[in-house]
Design a protein around this ligand. Structure first.
Ligand SMILES: [Zn+2]
Length: 142
């Protein structure tokens, strides 16, 4: 499918965030990491919020984390998403530290804070691959 004919919102790929999206296409979650203090950051930024260094590299991270918060979207803000409501937006605290907003790809029996999740990658038209999170086999009794 042609990207122009695709009605859902797609992320803008810029020179600065391209390593993130290249990682998703390769099946890896990649984050910027400050080469001075070692802090991972998301979203990408030109300067480290901890030490103000402008030196950073990109590296693959575990893709694991826990649910920090969530909300269920019932409102159809965009017609292209009408067949997907309700869906869950999740705030995931990655194992490496940063918080990431994404979509919960599955529907666990129980949704709770600190529920373990793992990144999964969903292809979209135009070759873009979108990271989502899944409880998959990670759910254990609380
Ligand atoms: Zn730093």
């Amino acid at each position: 499918m042609d990207v122009a004919a695709y009605e859902k919102l797609l992320p803008d790929i810029t020179p600065r965030n391209k390593p993130f999206w290249d990682g998703c296409a390769a099946g890896e979650l990649r984050l910027q990491r400050c080469t001075d203090c070692g802090r991972h950051r998301f979203p990408d930024a030109p300067v480290c919020p901890q030490c103000l260094s402008s030196s950073a590299s990109w590296e693959a991270v575990s893709g694991t984390g826990t649910i920090w918060s969530w909300c269920t979207m019932h409102q159809r803000y965009f017609a292209a998403f009408a067949d997907e409501v309700p869906y869950r937006l999740v705030y995931v605290r990655l194992t490496e530290g940063p918080l990431v907003i994404s979509v919960l790809a599955d529907e666990p029996d129980e949704l709770r804070l600190d529920l373990p999740v793992r990144v999964v990658f969903r292809p979209s038209p135009g070759g873009r691959v979108i990271p989502q999170f899944s409880t998959g086999d990670l759910v254990t009794a609380a």
